[in-house]
Design a protein around this ligand. Structure first.
Ligand code: 13P
Length: 288
């Protein structure tokens, strides 16, 4: 089926008490691996690319590859632009075929975040594209966005409700204590805050920093209303480690297929594990 907006996928997930995996990919093989995992488990899927990957590969190449993957698949798949603060790039990605975008103006003051999000919502809604926005500041490293621990800031529940009302945004990523990248210790997730936000905001909520959260804590986040979980670092590690292992065993290997096949398999398995963990397996039919 063609690429779909992530809005209905995420609304069904919030209503059904499960979560859709949103997986960051950087190569064609990574994109194929996550789609194959979703297909095998009959799960809805969001393929994501960061701004860095859009600059590296081109929005048109990524959208074309995602379109082919979606057309070959029978599960609903959306293509999402992760953490973008550049309005023109968001428009470019929508034109290229992205069906979901994130405007990240979380580093701006509240009123400016509202204004910049509203501007994207207007354009995206007209194109039938989902808009995600962030409130508070998620710590850690994502692409070239670095938020030091002391600068990370949790989202205020009342502000979340006000933000949603003022912007008309489709999905909200409130900072609740997770971070991008691998945690030094255990994440310090504020579950009471998620609960409060979910009681005030009926939209699907987005859990950033999905790598390295203990399984029980992920499940708790999902049960509280998180309907989209972003995973990047753990997928990259699984993919890269498999390539490193090939070169450890055979440093002279020079056929890309010889290291891409095991890398794809490792990523497939990691994506499948995450899909099962968040309860998305078997949920593809919710959208038909
Ligand atoms: P991780 O790299 O921690 O999985 O975070 C991914 C993410 O939230 C992308 O927006």
């Amino acid at each position: 089926m063609p690429l779909v907006s992530s809005t209905p996928l995420l609304q069904a997930a919030r209503a059904g008490g499960y979560c859709v995996g949103a997986f960051n990919v950087h190569t064609l093989e990574m994109l194929q691996a996550v789609v194959e995992a979703a297909d095998e488990l009959r799960a809805p899927l969001i393929i994501q690319s960061t701004v860095g990957t859009v600059k590296h590969l081109g929005a048109d190449y990524i959208a074309a590859a995602a379109t082919v993957a979606a057309n070959r698949s029978s599960v609903p798949i959306a293509l999402h632009l992760d953490h973008c603060s550049d309005f023109d790039l968001i428009v470019k990605c929508i034109r290229a075929g992205y069906t979901s975008v994130m405007i990240d103006a979380s580093h701006s003051p509240f009123d400016e975040n509202v204004a910049r999000t509203k501007q994207v919502v207007e354009v995206a809604k007209a194109a039938g594209v989902n808009t995600e926005a962030e409130l508070g500041k998620v710590g850690g490293v994502e692409d070239d966005i670095v938020v030091e621990d002391q600068d990370a800031m949790l989202a205020d529940p009342e502000e979340c409700a006000k933000f949603v009302e003022l912007t008309g945004v489709d999905t909200l990523a409130p900072a609740i204590g997770t971070a991008h990248g691998i945690y030094k210790g255990e994440p310090n997730i504020d579950f009471a805050r998620i609960e409060k936000i979910a009681s005030l905001v009926t939209l699907p909520l987005v859990l950033h920093g999905g790598s390295g959260i203990p399984d029980e804590q992920v499940k708790r986040c999902v049960s509280l209303g998180m309907a989209k979980m972003n995973v990047a670092t753990e997928l990259r590690i699984a993919f890269s480690d498999a390539i490193k292992n090939v070169f450890k065993a055979n440093p002279d290997e020079n056929d890309p297929r010889k290291y891409m096949v095991p890398a794809k398999k490792a990523l497939f398995e990691m994506a499948a594990e995450k899909i099962r963990l968040i309860g998305a397996a078997g949920k593809a039919g919710d959208l038909k």
